[in-house]
Design a protein around this ligand. Structure first.
Ligand SMILES: [Mg+2]
Length: 277
């Protein structure tokens, strides 16, 4: 950062960091962000927003923000909603909906709308699937082997519905077409299929950038390790692919993408310090 140009009274935002969590800011195995602490502290000192942009829920991100002592905007459930802390003057908050101390812009679709569509689709077609809203936490544990905490989190989602497909592959193709033409999208997780609105981490990051009061002078540095980060990396000024101990780098169309040599938060830390400080 060029401090000589930093003469305005308001925080002069020159960069916005948009970051994935698991395998990126958080260590793949331990979920620790400790190795990124030096860069996090420098970013905080310079009032550069560290925007967590994740598939996780609002509650999960709030818990992590409290742990890291972050008050920056964040994006949840794969681009479904943007949250800005109500007193954050670096961002234009017009048109956002107040939720306690946070302001929210929704890009995805409320879970109840998704579950209504799933119910009517099943009534019409007779397809066999079980959607999480029909399960108690104990049912989820019994059916999936998730821990109680994992099952609770699955039930806490606000903008997506996980389901277990129990019908043929052929019927799944028909189901998929019906979901897409209803204006939703499908993400394949390890064990579940997630139905959500037609949004992604990149669309949400772009929408947040448009709210930055210094948009014209701001560069977005986006960091991620997986396929669902590519939409965000593709629209960034500087895309950063974080090395994973679990899988190869995803195929990024950006030839200028930086590939870290260190894994997870260590790679995150070294790259941010190289790029900005
Ligand atoms: Mg990740």
């Amino acid at each position: 950062m060029n401090n000589e140009e930093n003469t305005q009274a308001a925080p002069h935002v020159e960069y916005l960091i948009s970051t994935d969590l698991d395998g990126t800011l958080l260590d793949h195995h331990t979920y620790s962000w400790a190795e990124a602490s030096p860069a996090i502290n420098l970013l905080k000192e310079h009032a550069i927003p560290i925007v967590i942009n994740t598939s996780k829920t609002r509650e999960e991100v709030i818990a992590l923000q409290q742990e890291i002592e972050l008050c920056d905007p964040f994006i949840v459930e794969n681009g479904s909603a943007i949250f800005i802390h109500a007193n954050d003057d670096r961002f234009e908050r017009r048109g956002m909906v107040q939720q306690g101390n946070l302001l929210c812009e929704t890009l995805g679709i409320a879970r109840a709308v998704i579950t209504d569509k799933l119910k009517s689709l099943r009534a019409e077609t007779g397809f066999k699937f079980t959607s999480f809203s029909e399960f108690s936490v104990q049912d989820i544990i019994d059916h999936t082997g998730l821990s109680e905490a994992g099952a609770q989190l699955a039930q806490n989602r606000a903008y997506s519905e996980p389901l277990i497909w129990q019908d043929s592959d052929e019927n799944f193709d028909t189901f998929k077409q019906a979901i897409l033409s209803a204006g939703f999208k499908i993400l394949h997780g390890g064990r579940f299929i997630h139905i959500l609105g037609k949004t992604n981490k990149g669309l949400a990051a772009q929408s947040l950038m448009q709210r930055m009061k210094y948009e014209g002078q701001t560069q977005m540095i986006a960091l991620g390790d997986s396929g669902n980060d590519l939409d965000m990396l593709n629209i960034a000024s500087t895309p950063v692919l974080i090395k994973s101990p679990a899988h190869d780098f995803p195929n990024c169309i950006r030839a200028d993408a930086i590939k870290t040599t260190a894994y997870g938060p260590k790679g995150w830390n070294d790259t941010i310090i190289d790029l900005i400080f």
